[in-house]
Design a protein around this ligand. Structure first.
Ligand code: GUN
Length: 297
């Protein structure tokens, strides 16, 4: 079998087109355009690239945005005071603090200082908790994007064994919760979450009907570790040295694409798989924040 490609770039474009239309309708009905405040601390080159993609998407769909660049010397107190101001500013609908933060800052404290009603990343414990108990919440953008891809391609999850490799708060844990949901339209899969202490990873990956890999390790998953017909979602974006490229590196996922695609029924490429969906779902969340759809006031 050679896998069919899950085209995240295409589905992300469709999602952005839909958000653009909805933003336009919202503004035509007399509301101001949604506003996303991005906060970028320090000089992480990868964060610069991600924030660039997010602000370009905002412009495309008609969401207004500003990136506040703060020095990596900023204290926790100063950063929290800045976030408080944004929380209290009625012209700000969504607040996104790009991660990772410099080591002296606690991402937990910073995330908790954001008003959960403006937490378009879906990282605040209020949103994570509500997601866990099946209440409306902002959903972390990458997991929400994966669910959207399954919907678009009519890939069923009900009754399947979904194996998640990586237990991060941003991807692994929330996607395992969404896939495991028993009520509603989505999920209904049986989930296994693997992490760096998992013994014999292959024992788990080989039994997966759906394999979500978000470990941040290039070539972690090879063809011999998966079963025939598996649906593979590769969340990894790793820079590996490549002299043939102008930049000196190329982007690869956590799967050995060539060998895994021979066994899989569906697979996401890197780049062009999950990455663009993360950005598109952020646009959706920002519009939801502006409309106060999740937390009516
Ligand atoms: N760093 C890597 N991914 C993300 C994301 O989705 N949101 C934020 N804020 N930071 C990130």
């Amino acid at each position: 079998m050679s896998a069919k490609i899950i085209d995240g770039k295409k589905v992300a474009q469709l999602t952005r087109d839909e958000v653009k239309k909805d933003v336009n309708d919202w503004v035509e009905s007399g509301n101001r355009a949604p506003f996303l405040q991005v906060v970028l601390v320090g000089n992480n080159p990868a964060s610069d690239v991600y924030v660039g993609a997010k602000t370009r998407a905002c412009k495309e769909v008609g969401i207004e945005t500003d990136t506040m660049r703060l020095p990596d010397t900023i204290s926790a107190k100063e950063l929290e005071a800045t976030i408080q101001e944004l929380n209290n500013d009625d012209s700000v609908d969504g607040i996104l603090v790009q991660l990772p933060l410099p080591n002296h800052l606690s991402s937990h404290n910073v995330i908790e200082s954001i008003d959960y009603r403006k937490d378009v990343d879906g990282f605040h414990p209020m949103n994570v908790g509500r997601l866990t108990v099946g209440q409306p919440s902002f959903r972390s953008c990458t997991p929400a994007g994966i669910i959207e891809l399954f919907k678009h391609y009519s890939i069923p999850t009900k009754g399947k064994h979904a194996v998640v490799v990586g237990a991060s708060n941003i991807v692994g844990r929330p996607i395992s919760i969404l896939l495991n949901k028993e009520k509603g339209e989505e999920g209904k899969a049986t989930t296994t979450v693997c992490h760096k202490f998992t013994k014999d990873l292959t024992q788990h990956t080989i039994s997966a009907d759906i394999l979500i890999v978000a470990a941040g390790q290039p070539n972690l998953i090879k063809g011999e570790m998966v079963k025939e017909g598996v649906v593979v979602v590769d969340v990894g974006i790793n820079r590996v040295a490549d002299e043939t490229k102008e930049k000196g590196y190329s982007l690869v996922g956590d799967c050995d694409f060539e060998s895994v695609k021979e066994k899989a029924s569906w697979i996401t490429p890197v780049p062009g798989g999950v990455g663009p969906m993360t950005v598109a779902m952020l646009m959706k969340n920002t519009l939801l924040a502006a409309k106060k759809s999740i937390y009516p006031q």
